[in-house]
Design a protein around this ligand. Sequence first.
Ligand code: UGA
Length: 425
Amino acid sequence: MAKIAVIGTGYVGLTTGACFAHLGHEVICADIDADKVAMLQRGEIPIVERDLDRFVKEGLSSGNLSFVVGAIEASKASEFHYLCVPTPQGEDGAADLSYLERAAAEIAECLPTGSVVVNKSTVPVGSTGIVARVLGRSDVAVVSNPEFLREGTALDDFLNPDRVVIGCSNQEAAIRVAALYSKVRAPIMVTDPISAETIKYASNAFLASKLSFVNAIANVCEAVGADVNDVVLGMGYDKRIGKEFLHPGPGWGGSCFPKDTIALAKIAEDHGYEFTFLNEVLRVNEEQFERTAQKVLDVLGHDPAGRRIGCWGLTFKAGTDDLRQSPAIEVLKRVSAAGVQIKAYDPAVKGPVAELPDVEVVSDAYEAIEGAEVLVVLTEWDEFRWMDFDRVAELMEGRNIVDGRNLLERTQLIRRGFTYRGLGR
Ligand code: UGA
């Protein structure tokens, strides 16, 4: 079993550390935030992620997992150093590498000879080389091992991945990184670092393209009178297309797809290729926010200012408390700009949302729709399907539902006298 340092205890670092500890490795996770480290040492988890608390507690009690302040403390006696620091979007769309460079510079001198530094964060193409230059250590290998974790199912994605990608020009280091996953049943692919980094961007951009495509198909379905739920089901039976990631929505978001799609377009542009296709994928997504907002405004008619609507769902998808680049926020911003009064409920969000200063966030789904003319559903939390719609009908001022996730049972709602507007049907 290996000694692994994980630098950065965000969503990627924490999942990586907890899962490697679960696989039996000795993991030390480091962060610069002393309060967060103290919290993690007590087994308290700062994010909503299924099973993460159980894994962290298990690691703490077995002694396989520990948390320290400062990367050097974690790295000085480790064989592997996983860099899991943020790479936020910079002003020009390219990823900002300053956290990565700072982390590499910090650990450069303390790294034991023969150890391996691994880039796990989504980093621009060429970053493995940049880290190697910052480290300036010919006795330390640098490897790219991109993550393919989805928030909400991150631990399962780590332990049961579709593939493990390792990018390295040093065969021996690649084999050692592959061995960390020996208990994981998945194809392990070894390639050069630039290809590994590109695989990550291409995968996210492809999935985002698939979603923009499916949202555009939903719009076609609306225009021609087809039902998108049946259309995607019929498409998904084709193994070349696949059933997953075919669910239309109010647009796609989260901390990865928007950032990575923009970054890939920028990387291509910087290397002389105009990736107009991806720019269009992004534009279609903006249009989807707009269209979903317009569905709500259409119900309210000519003078939406001052009218009341209720919203269920704020997070960028179900199973997380993450609001970053949430399509729900994008849609509500547009509805709110028309002067509509909004009360919103989300099971994972307490208190106000900074980007939506005029939206009142309440702690009960029924409170959100009391006196509302329209209920709009923007995140696919399962509990919304099981609400008491007789009570909803009584509490609402009008019986209008805009289902931005095609989540609710349309026929049952129509039977109860609701006007139902979904996507693409
Ligand atoms: C995404 C990728 O799925 C992961 O493989 C990748 O590792 C991760 O980004 C990352 O780069 O870190 P995540 O951001 O957690 O994972 O979210 P997804 O589950 O991919 O959902 C992204 C957006 O697409 C959400 O807004 C979601 O609601 C939307 N979506 C997803 C749909 O509208 N329809 C679908 O059928 C699936």
